[in-house]
Design a protein around this ligand. Structure first.
Ligand SMILES: Nc1ncnc2c1ncn2[C@@H]1O[C@H](COP(=O)(O)OP(=O)(O)OP(=O)(O)O)[C@@H](O)[C@H]1O
Ligand SMILES: [Mg+2]
Length: 394
């Protein structure tokens, strides 16, 4: 509803508001309705009464959803309309509304957010205009079209809608495939880059540190008892070099554990030992040592899945025991990671900004494998995955 010009003197403003109210109330070409911020009907004009059959004393105070067809209510349309108008300022579309006598009426809807000068949300202004030509699907409780031509028209509209939906579905599947490929490609680039950086740190920094260590230890020997103060300094420097070397080793291992070069089984054993040492969670490990050698990228993917699962156990599960098993049966390799913790809380599996489980799912999908995640409140979580062993990996 328009604001009363605040530059008018107050008595004029009051008079203008009264006149405007009279105009709106009596207007019979259009239904002009106001809602409060919760969607309850606050005012109802003559046009609204003519369109729907409700008098103002029958409808004021009720929620605007009472005008929607039951199927739209089940789909959450009233809340969704209010939300869109609240967020975007305005919502215009054509739809159906239900009159007092239960008959549907096609209307053009304009729903606007009403805010005051301080941008505080006061409610909504709703304009409904009847006599609108039907242009989309008929709701379940609408009167069926009486003539054959109307039916034919409706069927052809439905057919084109089905075709359009199939096209969109196909495009979405294509997009999903592309996104998966892109994610896998980026994973691969990341792993290659980690490997390259680890190798460079090892070759450049590692070798130089080693040379420096040799020089300083020679200095320690040479200065010996002849220069005790210098000897003391050199011993301290040697200790620092050793500390730097072990940090460098840890960085290299974090980037890409060298043990991965000895195969997946060795890498899993190393990772589980490390986890047990750092977390104090008891780990049962069963690794099948049957001969197979996964390709580097596939082994790294399974290793990263294990790392993410153990990180999750450490961060979220409060578990005291974890069971990890890597088994081969025929041409399939299965990995299971089970904890005895609190289980995944309902609704927590897919959270905004949480990508660990999504990453695991995507990696397994890309390896052509299968994944199940079983979790019961208070009884822990188990991730089971199987992937095929390729002929060249046998
Ligand atoms: N083993 C587990 N036990 C209990 N809850 C878990 C376990 N693993 C995952 N969760 C729950 O599932 C949620 C999603 O896990 P996910 O690994 O996807 O994300 P995250 O660990 O929160 O973040 P990140 O993206 O850093 O991995 C977690 O926030 C946690 O609530
Ligand atoms: Mg995680």
């Amino acid at each position: 509803m328009p604001d009363i010009d605040s530059s008018l003197p107050s008595p004029c403003r009051a008079e203008a508001a009264d006149l405007l109210q009279l105009l709106v109330a009596g207007l019979d070409e259009q239904a002009l309705i106001t809602l409060n911020a919760s969607g309850l009907i606050v005012s109802w004009n003559r046009g609204a009464e003519l369109l729907t059959g409700y008098r103002d004393d029958e409808i004021i105070g009720r929620h605007v959803s009472c005008l929607y067809p039951p199927r739209h209510i089940a789909d959450g349309a009233p809340e969704s309309d209010l939300k869109q108008a609240r967020c975007r300022g305005k919502l215009c579309h054509q739809s159906w509304r239900i009159c007092k006598n239960g008959s549907p009426v096609r209307v053009s809807v304009s729903l606007r957010r009403l805010v005051n000068a301080r941008r505080e949300m006061l409610g909504y202004g709703l304009i409904l205009r009847g006599g609108v030509e039907e242009e989309s699907a008929i709701p379940a409780n609408a009167t069926p079209a009486s003539s054959t031509s109307a039916l034919v028209q409706a069927i052809s509209m439905l057919q084109s809608e089905v075709i359009e939906r199939r096209r969109i579905e196909h495009e979405l599947l294509q997009l999903q495939r592309l996104l998966r490929e892109l994610a896998a490609h980026q994973d691969q680039i990341k792993e290659d880059e980690r490997k390259r950086i680890a190798r460079e740190i090892h070759d450049e920094l590692g070798q130089n540190l080693l040379a420096l260590r040799l020089d300083v230890s020679m200095l320690v020997e040479r200065c010996g008892s002849r220069h005790p103060r210098l000897n003391q300094k050199a011993v301290a420097a040697l200790g620092q070099i050793d500390a730097i070397m072990s940090s460098v080793r840890a960085i290299i291992n974090n980037l890409r554990p060298g043990v991965l070069d000895f195969g997946l089984q060795a890498a899993i054993e190393w990772q589980v030992r490390e986890f047990q040492r750092r977390s104090l969670v008891v780990c049962d490990l069963h690794v099948d040592h049957t001969e197979f050698e996964l390709g580097d990228h596939r082994a790294t993917a399974l290793f990263r899945i294990l790392q993410e699962s153990l990180t999750n156990i450490n961060r979220h599960s409060q578990a005291s025991r974890v069971s990890i098993a890597l088994k081969r049966s025929g041409n399939r390799l299965s990995l299971s990671i089970a904890d005895n913790g609190i289980g995944i809380r309902p609704g927590c599996r897919r959270k905004a900004n949480s990508f660990g489980l999504v990453g695991i799912t995507e990696r397994i999908h890309y390896l052509n494998g299968e994944l199940t995640i079983d979790s019961t409140r208070g009884r822990g979580t188990t991730l089971r995955m199987t992937i095929p062993i390729l002929p060249e990996e046998n």
